[in-house]
Write a protein that binds this ligand. Structure first.
Ligand code: ZN
Length: 222
């Protein structure tokens, strides 16, 4: 987006300026990686948009190279647990295994040590006090549910998003459907047109100056 500097002269707005002055929105993808993730990463690269992937540990073990690619291409990779179970039904030991297993799978795939995961998105957004204690990190929900898994219709995903988008919102999608890749493309184009800057969750937290204690749960940052 060029801005006018002086008569007849334009320069590009820096990302720093966009983050400071712009409307921020975070695109997040759950349940992957999958056979559709590479195509999504191609789209994000072409459109120059960073995203946050809440990966499953079991899927990271199946597609470690995609986890590494996500991180290498500037996306944020966080945990959606090992096997996508409802953490509130597992008890302390069961929940702990889901959290620790995912972190190990994700960090190993990235080729970095344990501790590379900053946030957890609990499956179904289901939490209780036991889960808060076991997770021991901030948990991230969402503010716009595209329901991509339900409709498998890119235009519906777009409509659900543009009617609810505002500064500080978090969009939920899943990188396990081909239709979600098309939906993401449409959403990116539409929101860019409306002047939004795409950020990772970590950037959003930082830019909005929110402090997230361990065990807290946030779905929007406006
Ligand atoms: Zn999920």
């Amino acid at each position: 987006m060029p801005i006018r500097v002086e008569m007849g002269e334009f320069r590009e707005v820096t990302r720093e300026e966009q983050l400071k002055n712009g409307k921020l929105i975070a695109l997040t993808f759950d349940d992957g990686p999958s056979e559709h993730t590479a195509k999504l990463l191609d789209v994000l690269r072409v459109k120059n948009v960073p995203a946050t992937f809440f990966a499953l540990g079991s899927r990271a073990n199946a597609f470690p190279e995609l986890i590494k690619r996500e991180a290498d291409e500037g996306h944020e990779v966080e945990s959606h647990t090992m096997n996508h179970k409802n953490l509130t039904t597992l008890g302390v030991e069961g929940a702990r295994a889901e959290i620790a297993g995912a972190e190990q799978a994700i960090c190993t795939s990235r080729g970095v040590g344990d501790g590379c995961v900053k946030f957890v998105r609990p499956p179904y957004g289901e939490i209780n006090n036991t889960v808060r204690n076991v997770v021991g990190k901030p948990m991230i929900g969402w503010s716009i549910d595209t329901e991509d898994w339900k409709s498998k219709n890119p235009d519906e995903m777009l409509l659900r998003t543009i009617t609810k988008a505002s500064d500080g919102t978090v969009i939920l999608m899943h990188d396990v459907y081909d239709t979600s890749v098309t939906g993401a493309e449409k959403i990116i184009d539409a929101l860019k047109n409306e002047g939004y800057t795409f950020v990772t969750v970590e950037e959003m937290v930082q830019e909005k100056g929110v402090s997230l204690p361990a065990g807290s749960y946030y779905g929007r940052f406006d």
